[in-house]
Write a protein that binds this ligand. Sequence first.
Ligand code: E4P
Length: 217
Amino acid sequence: MKFYIDTANVDEIREAAGLGLLDGVTTNPSLMAREAGRGKTFHQILAEICELVDGPISAEAVSMDFGGLMKEGRELVSIHKNIVVKVPITIDGLKAVKALKEEGIRTNVTLVFSPMQALLAAKAGAFLLSPFVGRLDDVSHNGMETVAQIVQIYRNYNFDTQVLVASVRHPIHVLEAATMGADVVTMPFKVISQLVKHPLTDVGIERFLKDWEKVKK
Ligand code: E4P
């Protein structure tokens, strides 16, 4: 299972990359907006992220029409070869996913909330597919049930599109993604840190260190 970090903050990305477990990065316009005002352009931030992590780096296109998405997609991949163009699931978005693929440009179809949207994105040739589980949970739909259906559909037809579980809020999302065989999970830095922690590990370390003091005497 691949681990991506869901942030545009280069300090967090550097720290997570230091763990040696990071396979990629996802950003979106809201995450980019949090970094605005630090004296760097959107393109500079992306270039810096690409230097920190040698894997797919998702950057979102914001055009709503086919022509605009194509133009933005080409511009984004000119920043670095590892950029994957995030395209929202719309009619023009699907057309752009197919056309960008024909040009050798990888896409991440985003803002996905249903298995049928996922089926269309795979048929269009998406490289990654981002179902937003936390936002589904927020409106009383079980986000991970939707992911399970998507994983099953992709298996049934051997689609190459990778399921990237997004909008992850806590470790249980990661656990369920792993048990159902999702390809990738993108997490905020906080969730990556939570995966390491267990109270019994803390208690165990404390006890061992205390007992070791007796051995040393
Ligand atoms: C995914 O690529 C998105 O950037 C992200 O996971 C959205 O998460 P949110 O629902 O916490 O904003």
